[in-house]
Design a protein. Sequence first.
Lengths: 211, 211
Amino acid sequence: MIIVDAVAPRTRIQIEKRELILEAALDVFSRFGFRGATIDRIAETAGMSKPNLLYYFRRKDDIYSALMHRLLDTWLQPLRELDDIGDPMTELRGYIRRKLEMSRDYPRESRLFANEILEGAPRIMPLIAGELKTLVDEKVLVIRGWMKAGKIARTDPHHLIFSIWATTQHYADFDVQVRAVLGPDKGAAGRYEDAARFLEQLFMDGLRPKD
Amino acid sequence: MIIVDAVAPRTRIQIEKRELILEAALDVFSRFGFRGATIDRIAETAGMSKPNLLYYFRRKDDIYSALMHRLLDTWLQPLRELDDIGDPMTELRGYIRRKLEMSRDYPRESRLFANEILEGAPRIMPLIAGELKTLVDEKVLVIRGWMKAGKIARTDPHHLIFSIWATTQHYADFDVQVRAVLGPDKGAAGRYEDAARFLEQLFMDGLRPKD
DNA sequence: GGCAATTTTGACCGAACGGACAAAGGTTAG
DNA sequence: CTAACCTTTGTCCGTTCGGTCAAAATTGCC
């Protein structure tokens, strides 16, 4: 992956401050979307003045791009770890678990990504059609191999991946709705445990080889 | 449900123009989100001037509210139709099919709703915690009844509903990503057929009673 | 046809926003 | 210590946006 930074960080302060800004930007962008987020608000969250922030990132878009590039990298990590060598059912169960843990531990990242896609991915379309598609294509071949070998049930690998994405990310992206529907009794921990149990059962039942 | 209209429509023109505006607003809001949408753009899409539009809806929020209220009503229709009387497996299969058809036929509504929830549902929280939760609670009881009767496998009804929502709405909300990953070969029709087949198999396998 | 009510429009306003800039204040290496 | 470079800030500008207003145009009713 190629990262183009408007200002290549050179000094200690630049490295620290850029990190501080990206952390603040993640907070603000994921809450308000690209248009709803203001430079002033990001600067305030990062504890600096607007002109100061603009010294590190010349444009609002630059902050957003830097954030999206970094985000997508960690975002695809669970899928990258889906390994051809291991036991298929174990591998897929592990993938679902890791993906759900990402929703639990990085909800801001999930919402930011969802927001971008929802708007038509105007800023990261190349990454989606490039890096992401390549990775999915690769893993689809792995899954298809497992199916041919009779290790898991035959089904559509693409839609299997979509379903795993959809169900796991739902708990981050629609968190407000999930909490409202479940009521106040369930804490976050219990919610995610129940979800993990349910999803594991759902997908394992769907993937167990039939004969 | 209570609908509060800032201006109660009285004349023929008011009824027609308000309809025209809401249609345009759905288009614009679902593409740009609440903050990204401008009154000017909605007015332009509706083929009228901004002050003219503001004659029918005094505030931007009023358009948005009117839209959300109407939307939620049709949005919950498939779940309302989940019937206690029918055969459980058939009922649930029908629900999944209807929900997927809604994603196919009303993607703008799906995206608008997703956007609102993603932002924390600031404008429709009462509806989510009220009307929606009530409906879900009711249907959860129905599903739980089916489980106790041994008609479907025992699992968590709440998370079952969440999974159906997540997987079906994914095809509307993440449409851009789905298209990019599947490549240009698949048309919309084929995509939705494949998805329907996959989801039906996944959930039917997961719900078939075990003994 | 004429009058009242409704609808449409152009012009305008204040606030918020993205961004520019120059000057002031710090930091660091020789 | 000092000169060169890096960092921070106050101020300002043009644009966009939500919303107002009064006047003009149109419609509906007797």
